[in-house]
Ligand binder design. Structure first.
Ligand code: AVJ
Length: 325
């Protein structure tokens, strides 16, 4: 198999360092979510997807299994692009259906983590020897333009990864996508839905502590790569549903006042006792609100499918100007 790994942009590290610096100097401190995903982080996330409390991938898989036939029929996609490709497990439902429909030629996994990408590209290449795999290393918020325009594309954004973006960033993402999506192309997106606080919080406070280890790994990564002095013992893990924002706020809270230095960024950051450091938000969606976001980007919410319990949704989003039913 020819495994092509392309880089969408080569200044992505510089951009991340910049965002890190800004995030740590802000009044409400945050560490960019990308710090979660080195090789170990990707492995821990994979472990999360197998936790009983973390219902998201299973629900999404149920919906996809029931709907990929319709998606393949509707899109007749030749290229499947997957943003934030992760372990690409639920992607296989789409690959199988598109291959069955006889249209699939190419798979383009797109991810920030090159190690992760190599793994999943290799596995997909081995399992689907008839198609070409062209892995792209990039940041889906910056580098959408780096995705090759060849073939009729279906862009998959699964797992509710879009929930990592706050409303302003979702708006930018959808607006950019709207300028990139061709007439016959579509986005298929997985969305975790608003539900009771106890279940949402349990999904991010698992009994084995895998999610905590996953989030703490962001500090370890920053320490290694930025020559930083984050001390795990001085921070407590916290994940809380914030209904006023519609997201689970995930991060760490300083147990005591202390300072952290980041040599590579020539920065020292003072934490007060109890001060939070956000590492990730996981937004939860509602149909009306997501439909409005899509419409605002001049896109069309063509289909909305949920599992029987209404935990999760898969939406098909297309250009606004054709196929009005
Ligand atoms: C990969 C962004 C979908 O928000 O549920 C899982 C990441 N963080 N547990 C999510 C995550 C903590 C996950 N996404």
């Amino acid at each position: 198999m020819a495994l092509d790994v392309l880089r969408a942009a080569d200044d992505s590290r510089a951009a991340l360092y910049d965002a890190t610096s800004r995030g740590l100097r802000a009044a409400a401190k945050e560490l960019p979510t990308v710090w979660l995903y080195d090789e170990r982080g990707s492995r821990l996330y994979h472990e999360i997807t197998q936790l009983p409390e973390y219902y998201l991938p299973v629900r999404e898989g149920e919906i996809l299994r029931a709907r990929v036939g319709a998606i393949a029929e509707r899109t007749k996609a030749q290229t499947l692009v997957e943003l934030g490709a992760g372990d690409a497990k639920n992607t296989r439902f789409l690959l199988d259906a598109l291959e069955g429909a006889g249209t699939l030629e190419c798979f383009v996994p797109f991810d920030v983590s090159e190690a992760m990408l190599r793994g999943s590209a290799q596995a997909i290449g081995d399992a689907y020897p008839q198609i070409s795999v062209r892995a792209l290393v990039g940041d889906f918020e910056r580098d959408l333009g780096g995705i090759p325009p060849d073939g009729r594309r279906l862009i998959a954004f699964l797992g509710s990864t879009i929930g990592n973006l706050d409303p302003a960033r979702r708006r930018r993402f959808l607006a950019t996508l709207a300028t990139r999506l061709g007439q016959e192309e579509a986005l298929v997106v997985g969305l975790d839905l608003v539900k009771d606080a106890a279940r949402l919080e349990a999904a991010y406070n698992d009994s084995r502590g895998v999610t905590e280890a996953f989030v703490r790994n962001a500090l370890a990564n920053a320490n290694r790569e930025l020559d930083a002095t984050f001390d795990q013992r001085r921070f407590a893990y916290e994940a809380r549903w914030e209904p006023e924002h519609g997201w689970v706020n995930i991060g760490l809270r300083a147990r005591q006042a202390h300072s952290v230095s980041l040599g590579r960024l020539a920065l020292t950051v003072a934490f007060e006792e109890g001060e939070p450091l956000r590492v990730e938000i996981s937004s939860k969606f509602q149909r009306e609100q997501f439909a409005a976001e899509v419409a605002r980007a001049q896109l069309r919410l063509e289909s909305w499918w949920t599992d029987a319990g209404g935990d999760f949704a898969v939406a098909l989003v297309t250009r606004d100007e054709h196929h009005v039913e």
